[in-house]
Every structure is written in C-alpha cells, then in structure tokens.
Design a protein around this ligand. Structure first.
Ligand code: HEC
Length: 140
C-alpha cells in the first residue's frame, strides 16, 4: 500500500497519469536501442563507473538503484536525456559522453524511456526518497 501511495505521489508531481504498461514496454524497446550500449542491458552501467576514464570523462552510470539516477527529479532526468549534460545539468564546459537525444527521440519517447528506467526503482527507501523530492519541488 505504501508503495502504491508513493507511486501516486510521484506521478502527481508531473501532473501526468502513471505510465501504462504499454508505454513502459515501448520504453524498454527504446532503452535497448538507444541507451543499453552504454548504460547496460540490465541498467547496470559501465564497470568502475565512479572512476574517470583516461580522457578525463566519466563512464556511464547504472540506472538501477545502485546508481544515482534516481536521486534526480523527473524534470532533471528529462532535461539530461533531451539536452545532454550541459548547464544547468552540469557545470559549463563539462566534457561528457552522454549524447543529447533531443534530435533523435520525441519528448513522449524520452518520457517512455524514463518510465521504463523508473519502473526498476521499487525499494521502499528509493520510492520514499523520490516521493519526498517531488513534495519538496511542489512546495518551492
Ligand atoms: C554513448 C554512451 C551513452 C548513451 C548511448 C547514453 N548515455 Fe546516458 N550517460 C552516458 C555517460 C558517460 C553518462 C555520465 C556522463 C557524465 O557524468 O559526464 C551518462 C549519464 C546519464 C544520465 C545522468 C545520470 C546521473 O545519475 O546523473 C542520465 C539520466 C542518462 N545518462 C540517461 C540516458 C538515457 C535515457 C539514454 C538513452 C536514451 C542514454 N543515457 C544513453 C553515456 C551514454
């Protein structure tokens, strides 16, 4: 029941209906096509993702609960995926291998990929943290 409430709170944050299973399934296909090569077929990320590569860039982090993707509110995840790691999502001049998908995926497709990723966040702590984040944003 708690989890259901948390999910309701989450989706209320962006004023949208919770993602339908069909949308999540489409998100899974888009993820496999556009994200899995770097973020891993199982959302596991690249090995040693916290350690910079020889070129100074960061490897792709996991999108499962072991990463920090879930620490970001929905609109930040949307912005990073659409525009890449540019300001305000990263410091000016940040060099990153994360592509901007704005020209490749529609806004609806980006939302579906993110809904697929978010469907992997199921533990009580993560859901509670995200529900609180959504509340804080609304109160601002
Ligand atoms: C060419 C490799 C590559 C592909 C393909 C890719 N990413 Fe990334 N992504 C990265 C890297 C590398 C980072 C970390 C970059 C950094 O911090 O500079 C990243 C970071 C991110 C972050 C920020 C995570 C955080 O915790 O801050 C999000 C969100 C993200 N990617 C989503 C996506 C989505 C969604 C897709 C598919 C539509 C995708 N990425 C495809 C390489 C990739």
């Amino acid at each position: 029941m708690k989890a259901v409430l948390a999910i309701a709170a989450l989706s209320a944050g962006c004023g949208e209906q919770p993602a339908e299973p069909a949308q999540i399934a489409q998100g899974a296909q888009l993820y496999a096509q556009h994200c899995a090569s770097c973020h891993g077929a199982k959302l596991e990320g690249q090995p040693n993702w916290r350690i910079r590569l020889p070129n100074g860039r960061l490897p792709a982090p996991p999108h499962d609960e072991s990463g920090h993707t879930w620490h970001h509110p929905d609109r930040v995840l949307f912005g990073i995926t659409k525009y890449g790691l540019v300001p305000p999502y990263a410091p000016p001049g940040h060099q990153s291998d994360m592509p901007a998908f704005g020209g490749k995926l529609s806004d609806a497709e980006i939302r579906r990929v993110l809904a697929y990723i978010e469907s992997h966040w199921t533990s009580k702590d993560v859901l509670a943290a995200r529900a609180e984040m959504t509340r804080n944003i609304k109160e601002r």
